[in-house]
Design a protein around this ligand. Structure first.
Ligand code: SAH
Ligand code: SF4
Length: 373
């Protein structure tokens, strides 16, 4: 494990208060903003392109703009990135960044490289208002939604770090996928997440296709429908239990949105198909949800859904009160699912040594105020 202050090479300027950030705005909003600052409206499209396609870090770089326009932009706007507080690399190559927001709040983004692809695990909130019993993020008392700028900044920082912007054409891209599986419940911050993902998916924007984006939710049913209609990204459901009784115990959101309705929303999810399955995440908790009867019940409730199951070994954290199921139990559980035709890979824990694995994210920020951007 290595911890280092972020090197100068990747240092981004911090937010200069008083200037309006352009990151986070969509094309129309950028056109309007630059017009108000005295530029021709069509310049907005070019600027959108510079920001999201080329990764410009300064207005000066925007070569098709005249000096006067660049000056106007510098006077009114900023495209500064958040400050990188720490930069930790795990033995297995997983990279975790702690990013500091303009108000001092801190969030984590985790990059998980694999042989032929790489996924960025993006946070949607500081902390989480939900209190799933097995999740460290849910124990963090301070919570606020991230704005679309802050969500996009995590993606843009990773593009900066890897020097992989859509306009450059490296031989092999390392950063191919986004998973909304970091801190927070993305569907409790739907507006900002949707806005950020639309820009991320835009071929003129950050150019990461909807098939390469997976949103994980604990099951906020009305927004699952919205997400299906408006975004069409891949869906992952944190299921973790096969009865309402147990699910409500370990995931209190189940009291509001019970299993049957959740599974109905999955059955009706428009972007799901035989080739684009819904992922059901199932954290393996020893003696809690890991019996063969649980596995058989899981098969029953998933019938009729284009589904695969991701078995997640429980990642421990101090005083969690849970233990991970034995490997042999996980294998037997998987066997039941596979025999019933459900692909059920065991998720390899990544970045455990830097507390970057699922459910371990929890920033140490103390200065936070409860605030929604
Ligand atoms: N809030 C969203 C997305 C973030 S959590 C959600 O709950 O889906 C990403 C995944 O990690 C979820 O499936 C979550 O249930 C799982 N998880 C949480 N705590 C965990 C832990 N301690 N060990 C393993 N997985 C965990
Ligand atoms: Fe929040 Fe997801 Fe953790 Fe539950 S599992 S507390 S919804 S981040």
């Amino acid at each position: 494990m290595s911890i280092s202050a972020h090197s100068e090479k990747f240092a981004a300027p911090t937010l200069d208060t008083g200037k309006k950030p352009l990151i986070g705005l969509d094309r129309e909003e950028i056109c309007t903003a630059v017009e108000e600052a005295g530029l021709a409206k069509f310049r907005g499209k070019q600027i959108y392109h510079w920001i999201y396609q080329k990764g410009a870090k300064s207005f000066e770089e925007m070569a098709n703009l005249g000096k006067a326009d660049i000056q106007k932009l510098e006077d009114s706007f900023t495209i500064a990135r958040p400050k990188i507080v720490t930069d930790q690399k795990s033995q297995d190559g997983t990279h975790k960044w702690l990013l500091s927001m303009a108000d001092g709040q801190q969030i984590e983004a985790v990059f998980i490289p694999e042989e032929d692809r790489g996924a960025l695990c993006v946070s949607s909130q500081v902390g989480c208002t939900l209190t799933c019993k097995f999740c460290h993020t849910g124990t963090q008392p301070l919570v606020r939604n991230l704005g679309s700028r802050e969500i996009l900044s995590q993606i843009m920082h990773t593009r900066d770090y890897l020097n992989e912007w859509p306009s450059s054409a490296p031989e092999k891209r390392l950063f191919t996928n986004i998973v909304m599986m970091g801190m927070g419940e993305p569907l409790y911050n739907y507006q900002n997440v949707a806005k950020a993902l639309k820009i991320a998916m835009d071929g003129e924007g950050l150019s990461i296709g909807r098939r390469k984006i997976t949103l994980s939710t604990s099951g906020v049913i009305p927004e699952i429908y919205k997400c299906g209609e408006e975004l069409g990204v891949n869906l992952a459901i944190s299921l973790h239990a096969v009865t309402n009784e147990l699910r409500s115990q370990i995931m209190p959101i189940n009291n509001k949105y019970p299993l049957e309705e959740l599974l109905k929303a999955c059955r009706e999810y428009p972007a799901a198909s035989a080739s684009r399955k819904i992922t059901f995440e199932y954290v393996m908790l020893k003696g809690v949800n890991d019996t063969m009867a649980d596995a058989r019940q899981l098969v029953r409730i998933l019938r009729g859904i284009h589904a695969k199951v991701n078995l997640i070994p429980f990642n421990d954290w101090p005083d969690s009160g849970f233990e991970c199921s034995d490997l042999s139990t996980i294998k037997n559980f998987a066997k039941v699912l596979e025999e019933a035709g459900f692909e059920s890979p065991m998720r390899k824990p990544r970045g455990r040594d830097i507390l970057a694995a699922c459910g371990q994210l929890k920033s140490a920020s103390k200065r936070a105020k409860k605030r929604v951007e």
